[in-house]
Design a protein around this ligand. Structure first.
Ligand SMILES: NC(=O)C1=CN([C@@H]2O[C@H](COP(=O)(O)OP(=O)(O)OC[C@H]3O[C@@H](n4cnc5c(N)ncnc54)[C@H](O)[C@@H]3O)[C@@H](O)[C@H]2O)C=CC1
Ligand SMILES: O=C(O)CCC(=O)C(=O)O
Length: 487
């Protein structure tokens, strides 16, 4: 069901109230499917707004952490129920703000609901272990305490799931939060805040401040009253946040880029591999950190795989994500479109051969949006920019390998290590892939994207700060362990 989203101005959520920024300035959230369409306005906040939010979170933290975990979980459960009632409206808002199809944003909202329910249950699970002491008359055990105030900095590509998979564990483990969403999708985040408000979270436990990353995001990284920072976004910004947090002794967690490979072995089911590469590379217009961007194909099946892949790519319908016939929406912003186009240009300059796509899509109403064709490059080599750098768009680089060993070596020849998959039925090959692939998420006979909320998620090398999010792993970041000795 498609509803109508009102064009209105959204406020910051601080200390249980909706408030305008002290700056009196707002920023537009545009619809990338039609740049004339303004989805709404959000606050262009200042450091003073952030300070108020942090102050509120700091004031609320002692009462919040002293609640039983099950009581905190109850609030999350209520938020899940409210989000469930608003699923169509919130999914539609996300599509309008960032462009991916309604089916995808609806699936993402359903995932947000499931995450809230999962962490609601976490409030009832164990937080420590009993460890035998060398003193037989003593009791030694571990328990966990929250960090305090947590800053949550989120990107635009998963505007529902990412804020929720950071906020839900932070809250259930007893932290209070200040979230700063990407401006591109800040209205979607405001709607999630509305669900939290309706769920009755005490004032100050959940706060949202929108505004420029360089002011509010950096402000979170530098704020002495913020004890932990969880971030997903680009590598450059992530590294800066990590350095700022380290300098003042705050805990931090960074999820950043990927350059995720799919290996297609000679014995692979090629139809299955093609289908997985298409969805892995082009769903969400390639704007996932887990998206497939390199496909390394065994020489024996290279030509056949290539023909099949191009044929399937020709069938992709590009358009407004709210049209039910659309398979792939626009890039999320003009700057994202320009980044993708400049990588395509670089690919051509460096000698890769364009098999399909490569241009801005501008037919009819597409001229008003930030559309790009799904693009596949042939004759790629490992030293090319399009094979090394994260593009964050619907672009595939095809590489040829003479053996699975060579494919694995090519797959590992990048600075990132987020997700990777292999298509093979050969146990020896799949085991060497599982053992030797440098990636945090290993997939066999499945697309490179596909994160499950109950399992740890994170990358190796430059893809993350080596911590893991989601599932039980979230507990490691959002709490500190205390070892207790009682005699
Ligand atoms: N790993 C991932 O999931 C994502 C990766 N990216 C990558 O980043 C590229 C650029 O996208 P952007 O939206 O510009 O990402 P970004 O890293 O600039 O933005 C992510 C978040 O960080 C905030 N931010 C920006 N500057 C900051 C600063 N100095 N201090 C603290 N926070 C700051 C932003 O406002 C946003 O909330 C993409 O092309 C893609 O390659 C972007 C989004 C998600
Ligand atoms: O693939 C997914 O579901 C999550 C990907 C992700 O975390 C990201 O793109 O930022």
């Amino acid at each position: 069901m498609i509803t109508t989203v009102q064009t209105k101005t959204y406020l910051n959520y601080i200390n249980g109230e909706w408030v305008a920024s002290i700056s009196n300035e707002v920023e537009k959230s545009l619809n990338p499917a039609d740049k004339q369409a303004i989805v709404g306005y959000v606050q262009k906040s200042t450091k003073d707004d952030l300070n108020l939010a942090v102050e509120a979170a700091k004031k609320a933290k002692d009462k919040w952490r002293k609640l039983a975990g099950s009581e905190r979980g109850e609030y999350l459960y209520k938020a899940a129920q409210i989000l469930e009632k608003r699923i169509d409206e919130i999914a539609e808002c996300a599509t309008r703000e960032m462009g991916k199809t309604f089916a995808e944003t609806k699936g993402e909202t359903a995932r947000g609901i499931a995450i809230l329910k999962y962490y609601a249950g976490e409030g009832m699970r164990k937080v420590g272990d009993v460890i035998p002491s060398t003193d037989s008359s003593a009791l030694m055990f571990t328990t966990r305490v929250p960090l305090g105030v947590v800053g949550v900095i989120t990107p635009w590509n998963f505007p529902i799931a990412i804020p929720i998979w950071k906020m839900a564990p932070a809250l259930v483990y007893g932290n209070t939060i200040v979230v700063k969403p990407a401006t591109e999708t800040a209205i979607t985040c405001a709607k999630i805040m509305e669900c939290f408000e309706e769920a009755g979270f005490p004032a100050g436990v959940v706060n949202m401040v929108t505004g420029p990353g360089s002011v509010i995001g950096q402000g979170i990284a530098d704020h002495e009253d913020i004890n932990g920072i969880t971030f997903t976004g680009s590598n450059g910004v992530g590294k800066r946040i990590g350095q700022a947090a380290l300098a003042r002794g705050a805990k931090y967690q960074l999820e950043m880029g990927g350059k995720n490979p799919v290996i297609v072995a000679a014995d692979a089911d090629l139809n299955l591999a093609v289908e997985a590469v298409i969805t892995g590379a082009f769903r969400s217009t390639g704007q996932k950190c887990t998206a497939t961007s390199r496909v390394i194909v065994a020489a024996e099946v290279y030509e056949e795989f290539k023909q099949l892949l191009v044929k399937e790519t020709k069938g992709i319908s590009i358009g407004d994500g709210l049209d039910s016939g659309t398979w792939m929406g626009p890039c999320a912003s003009e700057s994202q479109l320009n980044t993708v186009l400049s990588y395509i240009e670089k690919g051509v300059e460096e000698g890769a051969a364009l098999l399909i796509g490569g241009k801005r899509a501008e037919e009819g109403p597409q001229a008003n949006g930030f559309y790009v064709e799904p693009t596949i490059f042939d004759n790629c080599t490992s030293d090319m920019t399009i094979v090394q750098e994260e593009i964050f768009g619907p672009v595939i680089a095809l590489l040829k390998a003479d053996s699975v060993e060579e494919a694995l070596q090519l797959a590992n020849s990048v600075e990132y290590g987020l997700s990777a998959s292999i298509f093979t039925a050969n146990i020896k090959h799949l085991l060497s892939f599982v053992n030797d692939m440098e990636a945090g998420l290993i997939r066999v006979n499945a697309e490179s994207a596909g994160v499950e909320l109950q399992a740890p998620f994170g990358g190796m090398k430059n893809s993350s700060s080596h911590s893991r999010e989601q599932g039980e792993a979230a507990k490691e970041f959002f709490t500190s362990i205390k070892t207790v000795f009682v005699k």
